[in-house]
Design a protein around this ligand. Structure first.
Ligand code: SME
Length: 161
């Protein structure tokens, strides 16, 4: 186990711990899978955590590694919270999914959601991290900052997908 770093969110430290020593981006799917599990197990009141990965040849976001109930397999870049986040390249925090126009329901128990684009420093758009919570208003400023940090940490391990 790596030493606890006070300035780094726990979930990002767990990511480095679990992926450290792996052949990183060569096994991107394995790293996405562990990343989904780390969030699902360590962020409270989360009922779905996973990835939509961008396929440029079909201009589609396809379901990738996740934990939670089965979900919509394909999302167009202009649909749902996931698509809007991808197209705008912005994190979207949804305090109440039932008040969000165009929200795609995957699990009726979800009440709030956060989506974060996964894009390399050189601008390669890889996909979107999507997390649902059973609680309304689960994701605040601190959670957003921690999860954006997590995505930055993850990027070094998934670049080739
Ligand atoms: N709610 C998402 C769809 C994916 S599920 O939440 C897992 C959306 O509106 O894009």
């Amino acid at each position: 186990m790596t030493e606890i770093q006070q300035n780094k969110p726990l979930i990002s430290q767990l990511l480095d711990t679990w992926i450290q020593g792996e052949a990183s981006e060569t096994y991107a799917l394995a790293n996405y899978a562990n990343a989904a599990a780390i969030i699902f197990q360590n962020v409270s009141a989360v009922n779905w955590a996973g990835f939509y990965l961008y396929h440029a040849e079909t201009n589609t976001l396809a379901l990738g590694p996740f934990l939670g109930k089965p979900a919509t397999a394909l999302i167009a870049p202009d649909k749902g919270v996931v698509g809007q986040s991808f197209t705008s390249q912005q994190t979207i925090v949804v305090p109440d999914v039932y008040a969000f126009p165009g929200h795609i329901v995957c699990d009726v128990d979800s009440n709030s959601e956060i989506t974060i684009p996964i894009t390399t420093a050189s601008g390669q758009k890889l996909g979107v991290l999507d997390i649902d919570s059973t609680e309304r208003n689960r994701f605040g400023k601190q959670e957003q900052a921690d999860l954006e940090n997590f995505v930055q940490a993850l990027l070094q391990y998934v670049k080739l997908v």
